[in-house]
Design a protein around this ligand. Structure first.
Ligand SMILES: *Cc1c(COP(=O)(O)O)cnc(C)c1O
Length: 468
């Protein structure tokens, strides 16, 4: 399998070449040259597989440059009951007939980002060793991404992590999760500023190409193809659990921010997995809902980006949407470039044509949004009727899923985090603290390891130079 850029760069690349890269050189995103099609015989064979075996089968369709035995070992090492809490890894829980929650958040940081990041950690270690190379991962986080990256990369040979976060602005739990890591290769840097300051520093460092090359700076952001690919696997696993036969179909509802999670669902559907609908759910930051309802995509300014009680979906733009639009316009790179470079970069908005918009339904997408009041009502209702506490992001997904249910089609709502991460809103909804997994009780009291720095790229660079 070769990979191409959504903006037409002609050089096709192998999986391991793009594994350690972010954007393609022309500013586009990488996609496979085609989607491998899964036929009935393959589906039938995969139905009985353990999660790590299923992951191997799917990954092997997209990865030609890692020997089969090595890839098998990597997936077996990643998807274990020890790391993800159960043998099924992503178990379904029925709320009512034909309405399920799929647990994606039983990994080390209690959010679905572990599903991909844990694999990425093992892939990076493997590939870096093969090339005798090191990588210094630089990132900015306000919560889930940073902790998932740190737990995936801790103790990995050849990798250092430098993670910037806005000082004092993460929840005490999220801060404890990250700052309690004592691994020598993990560096937490609390910046005296807000999240945007952290992101500006990452950009400034990445724009210094000489520094970037000298210190082997890389990222693990949500446009990374390997992350997306790892997420394709749980759509298959969810389908197998919700159905008895391969000619049934299911609907997935996905709490969405950067469009990474649901884009993996799109890929699974393009491969032939019988997905009736992909229900995209946003919170008050509804840039994606607006796009799927109107055909207009308009990025928001920071002033227009709301701070909500489902904070991991508080985005101003959704980077991965370019991948879907590329498919929607018939993989026309010139048209994609026109939309995302000529129009979006210049004016901050674009509108697809009526003909293009009419094609969206054929890809199964529908959308909706949810508010703080919806979130509270959904958490309360789910608790009262089913005795289940869902987190705030999952509540957004559940609310929008209910708005789009069609009779007879099982709907699977992806559970993207555990409620323990967002205790404050849970208390507001049901009047008590959510349960916390035993291993994480009292983490706020553990010793913390972090540096404090002003919002100054030169200081961060000096720190990286001294510790890489
Ligand atoms: C990251 C995240 C999301 C959004 O996922 P995308 O892939 O960015 O669309 C939703 N919920 C939680 C809990 C997250 O951490």
């Amino acid at each position: 399998m070769k990979y191409l850029s959504t903006r037409g760069n002609a050089t096709q690349r192998g999986f391991c070449e793009i594994l350690l890269e972010g954007l393609a050189p022309d500013g586009g995103l990488y996609l496979p040259a085609h989607y491998p099609v899964v036929d009935a015989a393959m589906l039938a064979r995969w139905r009985g597989l353990a999660y790590h075996e299923l992951a191997y089968e799917i990954l092997s369709l997209y990865i030609a440059d890692i020997p089969a035995d090595d890839l098998r070992a990597l997936t077996a090492k990643t998807y274990t009951a020890e790391v993800f809490g159960t043998e099924q890894i992503v178990p379904l829980r029925a709320l009512e007939p034909a309405l399920y929650l799929q647990a994606l958040s039983n990994g080390p940081t209690l959010a679905f980002k572990d599903m991909a990041m844990q694999l990425l950690g093992n892939l990076f270690e493997y590939e870096l060793a093969r090339r005798s190379q090191v990588l210094n991962i630089l990132g900015a986080t306000s919560g889930d991404t940073g902790s998932a990256a740190e737990y995936a990369m801790r103790g990995k040979a050849g990798v250092n992590v430098f993670m910037l976060s806005p000082k004092g602005r993460m929840s005490p739990f999220q801060q404890a999760q990250m700052f309690s890591l004592q691994d020598a290769n993990i560096h937490n840097i609390a910046i005296e500023g807000v999240f945007d300051d952290c992101q500006d520093i990452v950009k400034a460092v990445s724009n210094d190409l000489a520094f970037k090359r000298r210190h082997h700076i890389g990222t693990v952001n949500s446009i990374n193809w390997a992350r997306l690919l790892a997420q394709v696997v749980y759509y298959f696993a969810g389908f197998f659990q919700a159905t008895k036969r391969d000619d049934e179909s299911v609907t997935f509802a996905v709490p969405s921010g950067n469009f990474g999670n649901i884009c993996a669902g799109h890929v699974a559907r393009m491969m032939g997995l019988p997905i009736r609908q992909l229900v995209l759910a946003t919170n008050e930051n509804n840039v994606l809902d607006e796009f799927f309802r109107t055909g207009s995509y308009r990025v928001r300014s920071s002033a227009e980006t709301h701070e909500t009680s489902s904070p991991s979906m508080d985005i101003s733009k959704a980077s991965n949407v370019e991948r879907f639009v590329f498919d929607l316009v018939g993989r026309d790179a010139a048209r994609t470039q026109e939309l995302f470079k000529t129009e979006l970069d210049r004016r901050g908005t674009f509108t697809i044509t009526a003909a293009e918009f009419a094609r969206i339904a054929g890809y199964g997408f529908v959308s909706g949004s949810s508010t703080h009041a919806d979130r509270l009502a959904t958490i309360r209702d789910t608790h009262e009727r089913f005795g289940t506490v869902v987190d705030t992001h999952t509540a957004d997904g559940l609310k929008v899923a209910r708005d789009h249910r069609s009779p007879g089609v099982p709907t699977i709502v992806l559970e993207t985090a555990l409620p323990a991460k967002f205790a404050e809103t849970i208390v507001e909804a049901i009047g008590r603290e959510p349960d916390r997994p035993a291993a994480l009780r009292g983490i706020e009291r553990l010793p913390k390891r972090f540096e404090v720095m002003p919002a100054d790229a030169a200081r961060v660079k000096a720190f990286i130079a001294a510790h890489s």
